[in-house]
Design a binder for this molecule. Sequence first.
Ligand code: FMN
Ligand code: FE2
Ligand code: FE2
Length: 395
Amino acid sequence: MVEQIAEDVYWVGVVDWDLRSFHGHELSTHRGSTYNAYLIRDDKNVLVDTVWDPFKERLIENISEVIDPSEIDIVVANHAETDHSGALGEVLRYSPGATVICSKMGEKNIRGHFHRDWNFQTVSTGDSIGIGDETLHFIGAPMLHWPDSMFTYLAEKKILMPNDAFGQHYATGFRFNDQVDQCELYQEALKYYVNILTPFSSQVTAKIDEVLELGLPVEMIAPSHGVLWREEPLQIVEKYRQWAAQEPEERAVLLYDTMWEATRRMAEAIGDGLAENDIPFKLIDIAVSDLNDALVEVFRSAFIAVGSPTANGEVLPAVSALLTSLKALKFKNKSGFAFGSYGWSGEGVGIIRHNLEEAGIRVEDEGLRCKWQPAAEDLKKCRAAGRDIGRSLKN
Ligand SMILES: Cc1cc2nc3c(=O)[nH]c(=O)nc-3n(C[C@H](O)[C@H](O)[C@H](O)COP(=O)(O)O)c2cc1C
Ligand SMILES: [Fe+2]
Ligand SMILES: [Fe+2]
């Protein structure tokens, strides 16, 4: 359903209630998502972003409720990724003469996706175009989260359209932040930040400073996924600033996989040691848990312990996947610990320690290895390790 979000500005996007994984199967989306596209009716009609290709007909239907799609003069493509540019071809089939406005890198990346010779016009920070009553300003936002990403600002309406920044994979029947459950909204906004934006945290901070210095009044932030921030729109900017600083909480997360419970029993005993020091923690069997949700726990926690038995000289695959994600997301300000059971060669703990260090996580201790099932003495060592972790967190 089309929704007018300001005078002559319409949300013409699509709610994807059933989406359960995004980026193929890399990102779980328990609450679905939305692909937000915006139509501005003025002397020149402008579409800001499109939707994912499977929903292109819905986009055209929505646009048709407001104007004839052949009357689109400009399509702003803030980002080349398929969830926003996927329907460009369909839109331009209706209005073949329309100009596609994007960043320089946007043109390259859109050409790389679609291999079509559309009527591109590239813009960079500081460029603006008048479309009648409204003026569009463009702000380059490279690596938030692709090299081509940019923001569009509607000067007269004071609406910032930052594409993927400030988004959430969150399907709802409502379009605005003040209409939805705040707990769900922030769960999804944080999960999105952690899994998509964490590696670019320094760019996030710099971009926030840059945009605030421009002194642009912002009455609404209209991202490309989830709800639009109209009530206290800057609250999500403040949250991003906080998240980008990566100052984790005094808490721990113990992530492990296990074949015959030995490594799990070690994890539980480390947890007992943490509990003795009143440190909040979570125990996550990574083989049966959602990796993206687990990474949110990692993001929040100042301490992360990873455990795996040795299997054929390696860690178990679920632990490998976790370690790969830790290296990719480059979390800051964390300490780590490795543990696990083994039978004969026992490489697992060393592999974990090495990978944690490669991920930029401080590892001060050798970690704990236990041969076969832990004996009372081993469990005691695990509890002591938990107490040590707790003490280090409190200092
Ligand atoms: C398929 C398989 C492969 C294994 N490979 C190794 C190995 O290469 N080196 C080693 O030290 N132990 C190896 N083990 C022994 C396990 O590390 C040992 O059983 C450990 O106690 C399992 O811990 P868990 O109960 O946490 O799964 C292997 C066990 C299995 C079942
Ligand atoms: Fe994206
Ligand atoms: Fe996106």
